[in-house]
Design a protein around this ligand. Sequence first.
Ligand SMILES: [Zn+2]
Length: 144
Amino acid sequence: MRNAAEIQRRLDEYLQIKADYRIERAEIMSDSDMSADEKRKARYQIDNINRLLNVRIAELRWVLGLEEELAVKESRKRICIGFGEYEGKCQNEADTPWTPYWCSRCDKLRQRYISDQLDKLMNDFAQKSSKILQKMCQRTKGAL
Ligand SMILES: [Zn+2]
């Protein structure tokens, strides 16, 4: 984003100049010492400068947009943080729409792993609950 910062700085500069011209134009128009002809000439000049500034500002904004697009694309090009099943650290580009950290293969592995872990936990929980329920049932029976 080295270029983008420079472009932004110039863009701000042009916008400032444009704002200054707007003030100057208003001052000239309300200046009682200037003749109508002088005012007309000054207004014509300022409006022409303004038009040029607008072209330059539009151009800079367009370039800035391209720069930002490029920067986003570059930042997206990162290597997956996952590990393959057999081949160690993954070297694929991280590019899934779901996560910026994993490639699609590792993301599938990861999600499968999470699902498996959840299944195990749920089974474990079900077994434990049933044991507790069994114990409670025995206690209840014993109290009767
Ligand atoms: Zn990967």
